[in-house]
Design a protein around this ligand. Structure first.
Ligand SMILES: Cc1cc2nc3c(=O)[nH]c(=O)nc-3n(C[C@H](O)[C@H](O)[C@H](O)COP(=O)(O)OP(=O)(O)OC[C@H]3O[C@@H](n4cnc5c(N)ncnc54)[C@H](O)[C@@H]3O)c2cc1C
Length: 383
């Protein structure tokens, strides 16, 4: 029994797990090698209604709650964290675009997004830094009916595989900080836009890279939110993705723990199952406890969001605790397998995959600053 999941959500999770087991899990290691996201799989996920189900029907969603998105999300992540990026990017961008875009511009994109026909990235980080995001410098200038973009975004997930990206650029003065930033929906096939792929440690099927803009012209109709208000208005969407990321990485930890328990129950040393040694079973029991608690926090955060209640601090808690805990838990599981855990295999790939989220979408330090501000007040916590 879980207080946040009624029988319909449990059934939805079971449905997603069957799909993920049959269709997503088998290619987990192969996609890590080829570094290519499987577009056919993405379309299948769209057909199943697994991509951004929380969006209203007119945008191709099903009007389900954010908890429903979370339940699907964790089942896909359990099979392959990189593939669950499809869900993450769709839910994050879907929320931003549906709330802040012009319907005639964003509707066709959202329809494609939910059908699994389009992948959208989100481009905030720049070469000069990602933590101090409000100080971004990508130049965006209004020229007639267009915005003209110049500069570089870097460390962007799916940079070279996405069909469009939400870009944050500076339309105001540098002194204006967060109040001089505008968000735009930018199709990736525009003239002057190029990308470069990085060789990543993990999350290799989705990948990461830079996006270069050289006089890229985007129609002004593609603005998301008001001019100079993009950061303040649009960043609220990140509370949603932070809770989803928590579920995403904890799903990886949960499957790693299941496999580790099974292994230590049957593998013997000194004539007894490994599980009989407290040095083996107690660390796993510690992680079992903490992972369960952290998952409840993530579900609670989505539950608050579904009710329109404040949840920024809770989302930041999910985002720093989930990835740290998941990494430590998978690390412990890997060690439980002895030398076999260190071979190229499921555990070492999971460890590489979850590590990325200690950085992606903001580091633990930045999340803790968000939490500290919510408790001590913004004036007291300036950095
Ligand atoms: C797997 C992965 C996926 C990513 N996907 C995306 C994406 O899709 N889109 C996107 O825009 N970006 C993405 N990023 C970039 C990510 O958001 C940034 O890496 C992150 O925000 C940190 O920025 P930085 O790397 O420039 O580090 P910096 O900002 O240079 O910080 C370096 C270190 O200093 C610490 N630090 C900085 N300031 C403070 C402070 N005030 N107090 C305490 N500590 C501080 C940081 O926590 C960090 O540990 C991704 C990164 C990774 C690894």
């Amino acid at each position: 029994m879980n207080p946040y999941l009624d029988s319909e959500l449990v059934a939805l999770g079971d449905h997603a797990r069957r799909f993920a087991t049959d269709r997503v899990a088998p290619g987990f290691q192969e996609r890590d090698r080829t570094r290519v996201l499987d577009r056919r799989l993405m379309r299948e996920m769209g057909e199943m209604g697994f991509i951004a189900p929380e969006l209203p029907e007119r945008f191709g969603g099903q009007g389900l709650g954010c908890l429903a998105a979370g339940v699907i999300h964790e089942e896909i992540a359990r099979a392959d964290l990189s593939i669950s990026y499809i869900n993450l990017l769709a839910s994050l961008n879907g929320q931003i675009m549906s709330h802040h875009g012009r319907p005639e511009v964003v509707e066709p994109w959202l329809q494609r997004l939910t059908r699994g026909e389009a992948l959208l990235a989100i481009a905030l980080t720049e070469p000069r830094g990602g933590s101090d995001a409000a100080n971004l410098r990508l130049r965006v200038e209004r020229v007639g009916d267009d915005y003209v973009i110049n500069g570089e975004k870097t460390s962007i997930s799916a940079a070279d595989q996405a069909d469009a990206t939400v870009v944050f650029g500076r339309t105001g003065t540098v002194d204006a900080g967060a109040h001089g930033v505008t968000a735009l929906l930018v199709p990736m096939d525009l003239p002057g836009l190029t990308t470069k792929r990085f060789d990543c440690h993990g999350q290799r099927a989705i990948g990461r890279g830079s996006i270069f803009f050289e006089d890229v012209r985007v129609p002004a109709s593609h603005r998301l939110g008001d001019e100079n208000k993009g950061f303040v208005q649009v960043m609220q969407g990140f509370d949603f993705s932070r809770a989803l990321i928590g579920l995403q990485v904890l799903a990886v930890a949960r499957v790693a723990l299941e496999e580790a328990w099974e292994y230590v129950a049957q593998r013997e040393a000194f004539g007894k199952p490994l599980a009989s040694f407290q040095g083996v079973s107690h660390p796993l029991a510690d992680f079992e406890t903490q992972v369960q608690a952290a998952r409840l926090l993530c579900l609670q955060t989505l539950w608050l969001k579904d009710r329109g209640a404040p949840h920024s601090a809770e989302a930041a808690m999910c985002k720093w605790w989930g990835p740290k805990l998941a990494y430590d838990a998978v690390h412990q599981c890997l060690l439980s397998f002895g030398h076999g855990g260190y071979d190229r295999g499921l555990m070492e790939q999971r460890l590489r995959d979850v590590l990325g989220f200690q950085l992606g979408d903001g580091t633990a330090q930045i999340m803790k600053t968000v939490i500290a501000r919510s408790r001590a007040g913004r004036a007291a916590v300036t950095n």
